[in-house]
Design a protein around this ligand. Structure first.
Ligand code: SF4
Ligand code: SF4
Length: 372
């Protein structure tokens, strides 16, 4: 989406966006308000050469607070492809490994990515429910050095769904959702990935696609909907699905057996970009034995985990991650539960370099551990 001149005219120049932006606090001269003004005056101008184009985390704190609802991340995203064409590219994290994996998948490479699912439980080739696993099998390998068993998130979703009587479709033909390509300004890779995924889902016959990763969910809501129009199947994040279906499922939980304090990291793609705040809290409260506490910044005001789309991991990202860990510490939290694989990775990575003694745990593993 590119904002129209009329929409930009709604900008009251109140500066709430810049005042809310975590990047503006650390990167001198970075101002969403000024970028909108300059860009509308000259759309082919300095924004395409500017590194500020990539510094935005697309965390949506500014757009959520903007009194006239100008979606700054959506606005800036539309300039990224043109900037790449001009040689203005982002600094990729992890040597660009994840962008390479997406490109290989976009080229239609045959994958063997579902061995883990057969170990976890019963899966199907066709059926009403498609579990979209995203890049978790790749993260599992890439982040072993952080002592993270990322694949447990996916295995536990299959286990929970099986306990609810659902044998989800899990497919070798699923590929990266394209979220990162979409936000990296790589529209060609995004459209190739999206086209393949739409074909795979259609062939499965699924009526509902369940996402474990908020990024996959949000790019289907935004990018796929823009590209394909109204989707022919329901899309739902696993936290909303469980909050909706668990009461009728007959599943019960063992309450937390310790006095540990639990808190929740709202992922930007689940919270501010999709409006889902209560479903994960509802699930955590079912098992936390009354020991759940929100951090000072929560829900719409939550602090982002510091980076997205595997790019521009900077001093600002690290400062945000440290601030988040300190906030958790300030409320006496022993465990931060998060519903996003990237939040789990980023907070764990920074925690390893601090003396913070807080566990960062995936929500699905937390829930599965407490199933009766
Ligand atoms: S918050 Fe919205 S209205 Fe205020 S300066 Fe930013 S874009 Fe303009
Ligand atoms: S999306 Fe986040 S990082 Fe980007 S300008 Fe808005 S508040 Fe700043």
């Amino acid at each position: 989406m590119q904002l129209s001149q009329q929409q930009i005219d709604f900008c009251m120049e109140c500066g709430v966006c810049t005042g809310s932006c975590p990047v503006s606090m650390t990167l001198e001269g970075f101002s969403p308000r000024q970028m909108i003004k300059r860009t509308m005056a000259d759309p082919e101008g300095d924004i395409l050469e500017s590194k500020d184009l990539w510094a935005c985390l697309s965390c949506s704190r500014c757009s959520d607070r903007c009194p006239v609802k100008i979606d700054f991340p959506a606005f800036i995203r539309t300039f990224r492809e043109k900037a790449v064409e001009k040689g203005n590219t982002p600094r990729l994290s992890h040597h660009g490994m994840f962008q390479t994996i997406s490109s290989i998948q976009a080229a239609g490479t045959v994958q063997n990515r579902i061995q883990w699912a057969k170990e976890a439980g019963q899966i199907a080739e066709t059926g009403d429910y498609f579990y979209f696993t995203g890049c978790i099998p790749y993260y599992d390998v890439a982040f072993k050095y952080l002592d993270l068993q990322m694949i447990d998130h996916a295995k536990n979703i299959v286990r929970i769904l099986n306990r609810m009587g659902i044998e989800p479709v899990v497919s070798n033909d699923e590929c990266c959702c394209g979220h990162d390509a979409w936000w990296n300004g790589d529209e060609t890779t995004f459209s190739n990935l999206a086209g393949q995924n739409m074909k795979t889902i259609k062939q499965s016959g699924a009526k509902t696609v369940i996402f474990g990763c908020p990024e996959g969910y949000s790019v289907f809501r935004e990018g796929y909907a823009q590209m394909f129009g109204e989707l022919e199947f329901e899309i739902i994040h696993i936290t909303e699905f469980l909050a909706r279906e668990l009461p009728e499922s007959g599943l019960a939980f063992k309450p937390e057996s310790t006095d540990e304090t639990i808190t929740f990291q709202d992922p930007c793609r689940l919270g501010r970009r999709s409006g889902i705040y209560e479903a994960p809290r509802e699930l955590i409260r079912k098992v936390s034995n009354g020991h759940y506490k929100d951090m000072a910044h929560n829900r719409e005001n939550a602090i982002c985990c510091g980076t997205t789309a595997w790019m521009e991991c900077s001093a600002c990202s690290k400062a945000m991650q440290i601030q988040r860990l300190e906030e958790a510490s300030q409320i006496g939290a022993d465990t931060i539960v998060t519903a996003c694989p990237k939040c789990q990775i980023h907070l764990t990575c920074t925690k390893k370099n601090t003396n913070q003694d807080i566990r960062v745990v995936d929500l699905m593993s937390y829930i599965a551990d407490h199933l009766e």
